[in-house]
Design a protein around this ligand. Structure first.
Ligand SMILES: [Zn+2]
Length: 211
């Protein structure tokens, strides 16, 4: 009987898919802390949570990621590394220029319906896709379509003072986040606008949108 109760308890535990945070804001705090471990290693140090074979087994039947991260395909911005997290923690969508299309939105829709209300839009310093858009490059399709889709960010930020590429990176973060906020308003999501520094490893806020 005791054994049975134990198994029922375990099933309940796994069925509930417990997360390490209760609200979108506290989930963001976890990511912020993890990023501190990554960039400020002298003060904090990496903890590599949930990167064991035991964790792999624990989430093999059920996942319960506590954040959606939409970021670039750039090899230097792997979310689990820059947020110091592990297996089963993040629902990650990566596409050059962290852009939206129906498949990306569909993936996010799945995650916010099932798992979490936190979406992080993570652009990054010296994004190659945005550099191409700023330079006016016209590569053959379908890459050309991708570069073209970044043009609104380039256009919107063309009069902002400072570096054109970094300004367009920030504008793109805002434009993508705005669309997600509108699209998932009814689901009560929290969309965080963030940018990643290739130089320091730090995740910060983009500059504010300038009209
Ligand atoms: Zn990029």
């Amino acid at each position: 009987m005791r054994k049975l109760i134990f198994f029922v308890f375990l099933a309940g535990l796994y069925g509930a898919d417990p997360q390490p945070c209760a609200t979108p804001e506290t989930c963001w705090t976890l990511l912020e802390e993890g990023n501190g471990n990554w960039w400020d290693t002298k003060r904090h140090g990496l903890t590599h949570p949930n990167q064991t074979p035991e964790r792999r087994t624990a989430v093999a039947q059920h996942q319960s990621p506590f954040a959606v991260v939409l970021t670039c395909s750039d090899s230097r911005v792997p979310p689990e590394v820059v947020f110091d997290r592990g297996v089963g923690d993040l629902f990650v969508i990566r596409v050059a220029g962290n852009l939206l299309d129906d498949f990306v939105i569909g993936s996010i829709q799945y995650a916010v319906t099932k798992y979490t209300k936190l979406i992080v839009v993570l652009g990054h310093q010296r994004c190659g896709a945005i550099e191409a858009a700023v330079a006016g490059e016209r590569p053959p399709n379908p890459l050309g379509l991708l570069v073209k889709a970044l043009k609104p960010a380039v256009k919107a930020s063309r009069k902002w003072p400072g570096d054109r590429v970094e300004n367009a990176v920030d504008a793109n973060i805002h434009l993508v986040a705005n669309r997600l906020e509108v699209r998932f308003k009814a689901d009560g999501v929290l969309v965080k606008r963030k940018r990643y520094s290739l130089d320091s490893g730090q995740v910060t806020d983009p500059q504010p949108w300038k009209p």
